[in-house]
Design a protein. Structure first.
Ligand code: PLP
Length: 262
């Protein structure tokens, strides 16, 4: 079984963050090695507080884990602050052969800010050049690229160093969700998915972690992305109203295709 190093925040509602990552990674055949970069106070409606974990603790956890466990991919979610981002970037530079999936977490579904201006700059200047697959939704891509049109956003993020950019339309209200993949040669693939009723907590984490699981198993990129999107749609189709706010994707127990290439 492949290990995936996950660096992200804890959402105690169990909808997003590290718990979403663990579930999506396990459901798709890999083991999640989890370093928590921030605690949050949140429920299924909104994030009320975000508390970055001390950088010295992250450093120590990364030191001991990376000395012990080989990792086949790295997945990064909520980072917490620019100091944690700087440490993460330094560690990633030491492992250039490992695919890195970055899901930028800039704001909560309920609207609360989760990234400072310094962290946004860090994404642009330091993290994008280390990213194999960047998975922003359109508003996140627009904020980071400071462009509005989807192709321009993608080209700007690629210019900043990301190798592949998957811009998801997941937070839009259209008839179909369109997710678009770009690499340095331009737009290389477009997938259209059904829109599911309701608002979801943790759909971005689910998608990026499923991508990490398939990439870790050396499934070719486009197929890995298609399988991860199909799995995520399944989790949304079966999502549960477990609190008073957003639905929680059902990531375990009988959903997902677990790597079925069809
Ligand atoms: N990670 C944590 C810890 C969060 O609190 C959130 C959002 O609130 C996210 C990730 C991103 O969630 P989503 O997958 O819904 O974009």
């Amino acid at each position: 079984m492949k290990n995936i190093l996950v660096i992200g925040g804890h959402d105690p509602s169990g909808g997003a963050g590290i718990q979403a990552d663990i579930e999506a990674i396990a459901a798709n055949g890999c083991h999640a090695v989890t370093v928590i970069s921030a605690m949050t106070v949140q429920d299924t409606r909104d994030v009320f507080q975000m508390i970055p974990v001390q950088t010295s603790i992250l450093r120590r956890q990364l030191d001991v884990l990376l000395d012990d466990m080989p990792v086949a991919a790295v997945k990064i979610g909520l980072i917490g602050n620019a100091e944690n981002a700087r440490l993460i970037a330094r560690r990633l530079r030491r492992m250039p052969q490992i695919p890195v999936i970055v899901d930028p977490v800039l704001a909560a579904g309920g609207g609360s800010e989760l990234a400072t201006g310094a962290l946004l700059q860090f994404y642009r200047n330091e993290l994008l050049p280390l990213t194999t697959i960047f998975t922003p939704n359109l508003p996140e891509a627009q904020r980071l690229s400071e462009k509005s049109e989807v192709d321009s956003c993608a080209f700007s993020l690629l210019d900043k160093g990301a190798k592949n950019v998957l811009i998801t339309g997941g937070h839009e209200q259209d008839k179909a969700v369109v997710n678009r993949l770009y690499d340095s040669s331009g737009k290389v693939e477009e997938w259209e998915w059904q829109v599911f009723e309701g608002e979801f907590h943790g759909s971005g984490c689910t998608l990026a972690s499923a991508i990490a699981a398939f990439v870790a198993q050396q499934i070719p990129l486009k197929l890995a992305l298609r399988l991860a999107q199909a799995y995520t749609c399944d989790t949304l189709d079966n999502a549960l109203q477990l609190g008073k706010g957003q639905l929680i994707p059902l990531r375990v127990a009988g959903c997902g295709n677990g790597g079925d290439a069809e």
